[in-house]
Write a protein that binds this ligand. Structure first.
Ligand code: TRP
Length: 444
């Protein structure tokens, strides 16, 4: 049998896992979700859930992966026969996300290219609408984005994913600091900082406001940390026994949070400085920011750096999603890596094309009143991710048992595990209960 590929070092794994976490979720979604959920309060809820929900599930997924050394489906099945469906949900979810993620990745490439060839974008909202609803161009950029990612994953774990993450992630961190510093020098930027750093309790008027914020915060924790889809099971399966899982599950959320806060620092003060609406929603990145760049000194160059940064982030996340799918075909169906990546790639490229068209030409075809594009987002974020996370907790807490997880995490006594009791409580009771409550309230 061929030897299973491994990360060349724990640092390489950290870059890849943090690269998976840091993505469009941090740069595109986080600032606008903060914008529509009254800023500071949302961030407070987010940080609490990141610690209480995110970290324990992250740890669980990583331990399952390293213990079984298998893809998400076979890993869950190995812990308990019949539980492969949890990993199966993950593979399905990863595929669902990829279909739209790659389309947005294509938009980022388009904007990057646009700023390279021209100094600015006139009338950004109209430009974005015309572009995203057109037929040919978004599809081509989506395909280019997809091919870049597939090529990286074909090169394997240490030679492809790890190598790219080790270059892209540090660059991304530097770029976002450059952008933030430039934005903070704008007039009125302080109000933007205050908006998301200082929780304003007067924004909460009812219990349903609290639930709405918790719901968005939980969804964001899951999405941003790449949880509930077997990503960390898959990445963990290539992890050596000399790596400290508990330490890693502290560094990854911390890094992810820092980048998310920096993304807010780069985007929200600019929005305030130009008197724009922080509640602009999902168009914030593409509709609002070009306006800001057009009015800044060296705006063109900052825009190029900015979209390059978003592109790096999107690539390191998309490759983790592709790996979840292809590792199943490689382990279970004994396909070559090339075949597994190419076939899964063709799959998400094709559905992605329809998703892209569903924003324009095909917008009359809807599923329960939503376009295909929105349906993919709802299916992955609101349904598969929380259900996947719930079952991971049940699998680890009640079937595999947390004791075995701690054994795995300690690498045969090499590492001391801290807060065992608290973690057990969080995995067995708090996280599943929280997910169910928020999931049910989201339905009603
Ligand atoms: N975390 C990534 C982001 O913030 C997206 C992502 C990658 C993801 N892999 C995932 C989301 C697995 C959920 C599950 O953009």
């Amino acid at each position: 049998m061929k030897k299973r590929d491994q990360w060349s070092s724990n640092f390489g794994f950290l870059m890849a896992a943090a690269g998976s976490a840091v993505g469009l979720g941090n740069l595109w979604k986080f600032p606008y979700v903060v914008g529509i959920n009254s800023g500071g309060i949302f961030i407070l809820a987010y940080i609490i859930l990141l610690i209480l929900l995110g970290t324990p599930i992250l740890m669980s997924e990583m331990s399952i992966g390293r213990n079984t050394r298998l893809n998400a489906i076979d890993a869950c099945n190995k812990l308990k026969t019949g539980w492969g469906f949890v990993g199966g949900l993950g593979v399905l979810g990863a595929f669902t996300i990829l279909c739209y993620y790659s389309v947005i990745g294509g938009w980022v490439l388009k904007y990057l290219f646009k700023y390279i060839v021209s100094p600015s974008i006139d009338n950004p909202s109209e430009y974005f609408k015309n572009f995203s609803e057109s037929i040919v161009e978004p599809v081509i950029w989506h395909i280019i984005f997809a091919i870049i990612c597939i090529t990286i994953v074909i090169k394997g774990i240490s030679g492809g994913i790890e190598k790219i993450s080790k270059i892209f992630l540090p660059l991304l961190a530097i770029f976002i600091i450059v952008i933030s510093i430039n934005v903070l020098r704008l007039p009125n930027a302080l109000n933007g900082l205050k908006f998301f750093l200082i929780p304003n309790l007067s924004d909460i008027n009812s219990v349903s406001d609290i639930f709405s914020i918790l719901l968005h915060a939980m969804g964001q924790v899951f999405f941003s940390l790449s949880l509930g889809m077997g990503t960390l099971i898959t990445y963990g399966s290539y992890l050596g026994r000399n790596s400290n899982i508990q330490k890693n599950s502290l560094y990854i959320p911390l890094f992810d949070l820092i980048i998310a806060l920096l993304a807010c620092t780069a985007i929200l003060p600019a929005v305030f400085a130009f008197d724009l609406e922080p509640t602009a929603g999902s168009g914030l990145l593409f509709n609002t920011l070009p306006y800001v760049f057009d009015h800044m000194k060296y705006g063109k160059y900052l825009a190029i750096i900015f979209f390059l940064l978003v592109f790096f982030a999107a690539v390191t996340s998309a490759i983790s999603l592709i790996e979840v799918i292809s590792s199943y075909f490689i382990d279970n169906k004994k396909w070559s890596r090339k075949k597994a990546c190419t076939i899964s790639g063709i799959g998400f490229i094709l559905i992605g094309i329809i998703a892209s068209l569903s924003l324009g030409t095909l917008n009359n075809i809807t599923i329960f009143g939503h376009t295909l594009f929105d349906s993919l987002i709802i299916l992955s974020d609101k349904i598969i991710m929380p259900i996947g996370g719930f079952f991971i907790c049940i699998l680890v807490g009640y079937i595999w048992k947390t004791k075995n997880m701690y054994d795995e995490m300690s690498s045969g006594g090499l590492f001391k595990i801290y807060f065992k009791k608290t973690l057990t409580f969080l995995i067995k009771f708090f996280a599943p209960a929280m997910i169910i409550i928020i999931f049910i309230t989201s339905i009603f």
